[in-house]
Write a protein that binds this ligand. Sequence first.
Ligand SMILES: Cc1cc2nc3c(=O)[nH]c(=O)nc-3n(C[C@H](O)[C@H](O)[C@H](O)COP(=O)(O)OP(=O)(O)OC[C@H]3O[C@@H](n4cnc5c(N)ncnc54)[C@H](O)[C@@H]3O)c2cc1C
Ligand code: FES
Length: 298
Amino acid sequence: MDRSHRGTIFLEEARVDAIRAFPGEQYILRLYAPQCAVRAQPGSFVHLQCAPEIPMRRPLSIRATDPDSGWLEVLFKVVGEGLHALATRQPGDRLSVLGPIGNGFRPDPARPRAVLIGGGVGMPPLQFLASRMATAVAEGWQPIVFFGSEIPFPFRPGHSGAALHGIDHRIDACDPEMEALGIPSRLASLAGFGGCYPGYVTGLVGEWLGAMHQNDLSEVAIYACGPAPMLRAAAALARDFAVPGQLCLEEYMACGVGGCAGCAVRIATDRGPAMKRVCVDGPVFDARAVHPELFTAA
Ligand SMILES: Cc1cc2nc3c(=O)[nH]c(=O)nc-3n(C[C@H](O)[C@H](O)[C@H](O)COP(=O)(O)OP(=O)(O)OC[C@H]3O[C@@H](n4cnc5c(N)ncnc54)[C@H](O)[C@@H]3O)c2cc1C
Ligand code: FES
């Protein structure tokens, strides 16, 4: 058992405070888990017990926290038995939470123009990162958020009044939660939702980056989480526009705390390729370090 993370990951008996349902079997679950809420960082996740009769925990990214009140939120879409059971939990229920786990995003202050790209249930860690940057505007962060989904978004999209250079004014669908934080956002979908960019979210980001001046591009960094093809496209954007990128990976997990190596993936390091555990060495990795084979499994 790897003990390097002892003292940073907590086991809590969390209380379900609220669960909100959205179309497409998507849910936002709010848990009272004060130790985890205080230490969570954007990109870190919790390993959750979904129901007493299901022994294997399920990993979910943290999307928001309130350290003072002690709650954290996750957003999930039902896939199979575990998340189906989680969706039936009611306020007042107790469930075991292990977290926060993992190395999250490492925002680069030298590149304040942070481009946050989230696809589907990859949105939560970017929502968390955006809210942290919004509370640190004095540090000069200028985040912009791009989300894509092929099922209804897990929020009611708004219409942004603020134009974005390089983006057609008819593409005005936005995430109201981001706009309320003062962060510009745009949405993409092939499902025909009004005001959305009719393509993949990375196509939209490509149009926005393509309209930027070289001086501004030198201040850009990409942060992305989503399905493997989206991460592949985000890594290609970083390469094509010569900007750094950080990708939040998903991998099948058993222990979730570094002990079983079941989540190991091949990562390029200064000393050549090495197997790294997505749970505790990641889940966020440098886009250039992720081996392309990881993007072919989706
Ligand atoms: C670090 C991390 C963060 C994640 N964050 C989110 C999130 O914020 N919202 C969200 O909806 N989903 C997220 N996922 C994916 C989520 O964990 C899986 O969809 C979930 O475990 C599926 O469980 P299930 O029982 O419903 O489905 P089943 O398919 O029945 O699960 C069977 C087994 O496969 C594993 N499994 C299935 N799909 C995945 C997957 N994509 N990744 C890892 N393990 C999988 C399960 O843990 C379980 O052991 C995340 C995964 C990881 C690794
Ligand atoms: S899931 Fe066991 S080491 Fe990552």
